[in-house]
Design a protein around this ligand. Structure first.
Ligand SMILES: [Zn+2]
Length: 190
C-alpha cells in the first residue's frame, strides 16, 4: 500500500517551485512514516489544481488549500464549527469515520511551515483524533497544539504515531469544486 497525501489547491494559489519544495519535505517525512508502518511500501505527495478531479483511494488523505477559514472548504461544506486561528484545521466525524482537512494559505510563511501544517492536519485526519492528539507522550514534535511548536520538523515519535494510523480508512469529505469556488469568491481574497 502506498501512503498518499493529496493536496487540493483547486483555486491555484501555490506556485510550482513552492509545490516542489513542499513535496520534498513531505515526501521524505512520509517515507519515514512508511518505514515504521506495517504493510506500507511507499509514499506519494499529489498536488491537485484547478480543473483537477480527485481520484481518492480508500486510505488517501485529502488536504484543501484555502485562503482562510471563513472562505474555506469546511465552511463551504456546511459542517464546520468554530473559527480556527491556526494555520490549519481538521473537522472530524469519528462515528462515520469521515474527516475534512484544510490549510490556511494566508497564514503560512514558508514551504517548511506549509509542510508541517499538512503533516499535523493529516495526522488528525488519519487518527480521527481532535485535541486528544496534542497531548500524551508527544513533546516537542509537530503533533502538539500548533501554538506550541511553530515551524518544525516531525520527531521520531511523530512518525510512529502517524504510522499507527496509516492503514485506517477515513472517508474524505469532498466539497464540489464549483461550490468551493463560489463560496470563496463570496469571501475575502488573500
Ligand atoms: Zn492540532
Amino acid at each position: 500500500m502506498i501512503l498518499r497525501i493529496c493536496i487540493a489547491d483547486v483555486l491555484d494559489q501555490v506556485k510550482l517551485d513552492y509545490r516542489v519544495k513542499v513535496a520534498g519535505h513531505l515526501g521524505s517525512w512520509m517515507m519515514s512514516v512508511a518505514r515504521e508502518a506495517q504493510g506500507v511500501t511507499g509514499a506519494e505527495i499529489s498536488w491537485w489544481t484547478k480543473g483537477g478531479r480527485f481520484r481518492l483511494g480508500p486510505k488517501d488523505v485529502l488536504i484543501y488549500v484555502v485562503s482562510e477559514f471563513q472562505s474555506g472548504a469546511a465552511m463551504a461544506s456546511g459542517n464546520a464549527n468554530g473559527t480556527p486561528e491556526s494555520a490549519g484545521a481538521t473537522f472530524i466525524y469519528p462515528a462515520q469515520k469521515r474527516a475534512l482537512s484544510e490549510v490556511y494559505w494566508g497564514k503560512i510563511t514558508s514551504p517548511l511551515a506549509f509542510s508541517s501544517v499538512v503533516f499535523h492536519e493529516a495526522a488528525h485526519n488519519k487518527s480521527l483524533q481532535d485535541n486528544k492528539m496534542h497531548g500524551g507522550r508527544r513533546r516537542g514534535g509537530i503533533l502538539e497544539a500548533f501554538t506550541a511548536h511553530g515551524v518544525a520538523r516531525p520527531t521520531a515519535d511523530d512518525f510512529k504515531f502517524f504510522a499507527e494510523h496509516a492503514l485506517t480508512e477515513v472517508s474524505q469529505i469532498v466539497v464540489p469544486q464549483t461550490t468551493l469556488k463560489n463560496f470563496w469568491y463570496r469571501g475575502k481574497r488573500p
